[in-house]
Write a protein that binds this ligand. Structure first.
Ligand code: NAD
Ligand code: ZN
Length: 389
């Protein structure tokens, strides 16, 4: 089959690789109909994730049709149209039973690697390096899905791929980011990053009752989408002092909640410099958590800080004094996609929102390298790329 394979920083290639096979009685094989490129893939593309190997198949936002089943899978059948959460979860462990799916104890065979570094292991993730289990990703014609009984969600036929694809990641991610803000009536929520995750955080903050949302970025078309589609007020961080502007817009109080939907944002040569560093250190140390610093410094007293953006390794210069003295509450993590999938599917079916609004590019799978490039460089007004195998 054809698949998008990683070969190094800024180097992805579409190659012919062996088809996936059932390895475990709880596996399923999916024929992929749509698969997207995520901001998290850019961390790999930038070279920030040190445990990638040349030839690893990328991609964790995918859906398709079930074509083969292991002998123990009961909840789905061949021919079902399904979406696949990006986190791999067994459904039975301590964490899955507590609805903390992205912390599953049984889905990451390489947990020891993570434990060497951080003490605890997260769940396995599709297409996200050997630190997260080394699973082949879904930017491909086929993928193997472990724990298929809990890892596949059936989708009604009347909804298009474009309407449901983002249930695999960025819609639940934006939603959990907003839910982590503990929004109360009258609240003002500020959101850093108007990429796809930021766009869904904006929509979700309003769904959860925010009175105002202020969205921050520097890319004009992303700010425009936040304003038109999201009904957010917008700030360009290259044009204004964001902290001052937020104070002014909130009568001096500061936002009640701040969401970081940026993460390890890299620009040009910076990414390469950090890549050289991680190759030696296996740990990422960066002094550039610009957005996160601003998030903490801008949050109002008693406010919530919700971090959806992905960070790895160690970060410098986090203003903990400000966080302490304002009594901020922090929440973060990989999204518990399984928790949100059905309620958010209901929102789509009710017509509360149509997630396809973020798609700016639909490309055949073999144009993935171009897709990565324009998504990273924000060229051609690119906001979200969907690949069609
Ligand atoms: P993206 O790269 O398209 O969007 C990031 C946006 O942040 C860009 O529009 C960029 O211009 C903007 N930005 C950069 N620096 C900024 C700053 N200082 N202030 C304000 N905006 C700034 O990526 P995306 O797909 O929207 O993903 C966003 C983040 O969410 C990534 O870090 C991704 O890894 C993460 N993510 C997390 C989860 C999770 O489970 N927690 C899931 C999916 C994605
Ligand atoms: Zn993603």
């Amino acid at each position: 089959m054809k698949a998008v394979c990683w070969h190094g920083a800024n180097d992805v290639r579409v190659e012919t690789v062996p088809d996936p096979k059932i390895l475990n009685p709880r596996d399923a094989i999916i024929k992929i109909t749509s698969t997207a490129i995520c901001g998290s893939d850019l961390h790999i593309y930038d070279g920030y994730i040190p445990t990638m190997q040349k030839g690893d198949i990328l991609g964790h936002e995918f859906m398709g049709e079930v074509v083969e089943l292991g002998s123990e899978v009961k909840n789905v059948k061949i021919g079902d149209r399904v979406v696949v959460p990006f986190t791999i979860s067994c459904g039975n462990c301590f964490f899955c039973q507590r609805d903390l799916w992205s912390l599953c104890d049984n889905s990451n065979p390489n947990a020891w690697m993570v434990e060497l570094q951080m003490g605890h292991s997260p769940a396995g993730l599709f297409g996200y390096s050997h630190l997260f289990g080394g699973y082949a990703g879904g930017q491909a014609e086929y993928a193997r899905v472990p724990f298929a009984d809990v890892g596949l969600f059936k989708i009604p036929d009347h909804l298009t791929d474009e309407q449901v694809l983002f249930l695999t990641d960025i819609f639940p991610t934006g939603y959990m980011a907003a839910e982590n803000c503990n929004i109360k009536p009258g609240d003002v929520v500020a959101i850093w990053g108007c990429g796809p995750v930021g766009q869904f955080a904006i929509k979700s903050a309003f769904l959860l009752g925010a009175e105002r949302v202020i969205a921050i970025d520097r890319i004009p078309e992303r700010l425009q989408m936040a304003k038109e589609q999201g009904k957010a007020e917008i700030l360009n961080y290259e044009e204004v002092d964001v902290g001052e502007a937020l104070k002014e817009m909130t009568g001096g109080r500061g936002p009640d909640a701040c969401i970081d939907a940026v993460g390890m944002e890299a620009h040009g040569t910076d990414a390469m410099a950090i890549y050289d560093k991680v190759k030696q250190a296996v740990r990422l140390e960066t002094d550039r958590p610009t957005a996160l610093r601003q998030v903490i410094l801008s949050a109002g007293k008693g406010g919530h800080v919700s971090i959806a953006g992905v960070y790895g390794g160690f970060l410098d210069k986090i203003p903990m004094g400000s966080a302490m003295n304002k009594g901020l509450t922090f929440k973060m993590g990989q999204t518990h996609v399984h928790r949100y999938l059905k309620p958010l599917l209901n929102h789509i079916e009710n017509g509360d929102l149509d997630p396809s609004f973020v798609i700016t590019h639909k490309l055949p799978l073999n144009q993935a390298p171009h897709g990565y490039q324009i998504f990273k460089e924000k060229k051609d007004n690119c906001i979200k790329v969907v690949l069609k195998p």
